[in-house]
Design a binder for this molecule. Structure first.
Ligand code: 6PG
Length: 215
């Protein structure tokens, strides 16, 4: 798996942002899916700082996963992106496709990215989850593109599935902090570990800080 390791979380997220922009650049129809978490937040900030580097009017925004809360709730991944990227860049409402309803999301994906998304940013949980694909979730093997899941703490979520995510042209996984070093090592060295992140296959590009890569 392609791997970029940089000293700080901010630098790792900035490298991911550069790679996402490179994947989106020059395309008439560009699709990008975003995540939450600290890696998502840092990547959104880095993308926002690079606002002049892309014609954002060509980009349709999706979400890799979402909590089932109102879009203005503090835990909404859409809300995070709206605050850090979409509103500051003036992204048109028609280009925003928040993940609120599985059937609607599948229709939008079918219409705008039938062969897969152009670029996806994902994070990594210390249990190996990515998006809202938690260990043992039926969503991991579902053939649907969007699935309902529940986090280990019981929070209802929606997530894109590996069946769909794997079709993406470019996937950036941002994982930072010492808390991630064991799972990063396991995902990199044991192909049969069965971690959710491994369901994406070996093509995804990893962006790590020194602490997460320290094993
Ligand atoms: C979310 C996610 C989730 C996240 C990981 C890693 O909405 O919470 O999309 O998959 O990316 O839990 O989160 P951190 O970057 O905060 O460790």
């Amino acid at each position: 798996m392609p791997r970029t390791v940089l000293p700080t979380p901010q630098e790792a997220a900035a490298a991911a942002a550069d790679a996402l922009l490179a994947a989106l650049e020059g395309k008439d129809k560009a699709t990008l899916a975003l995540s939450g978490g600290s890696g998502g937040e840092l990547t959104l900030e880095a993308l926002s700082r690079r606002r002049s580097q892309l014609d954002w009017s060509k980009v349709d925004f999706f979400w890799a996963d979402e909590r089932r809360v109102p879009l203005d709730h503090p835990r909404s991944n859409y809300g995070l992106a709206r605050r850090l990227l979409l509103d500051p860049l003036g992204i048109a409402e028609s280009r925003r496709h928040p993940l609120v309803d599985p059937a609607k999301a599948e229709r939008e994906l079918l219409a705008l990215a039938p062969d897969g998304l152009l670029a996806v940013q994902l994070g990594l949980g210390d249990d190996g989850h990515t998006a809202s694909l938690f260990p043992g979730s039926p969503a991991l093997t579902s053939s649907a593109w969007v699935a309902e899941t529940t986090s280990p703490s019981g929070e209802p979520r929606l997530t894109l599935t590996p069946a769909y995510l794997k079709r993406a042209v470019f996937i950036a996984i941002v994982a930072t902090g010492a808390g991630k070093k064991d799972v990063v090592e396991k995902a990199s060295t044991d192909p049969s570990a069965g971690l959710p992140i491994q369901a994406l296959g070996p093509r995804a590009s990893w962006f790590l800080d020194d602490a997460a890569a320290s094993n």
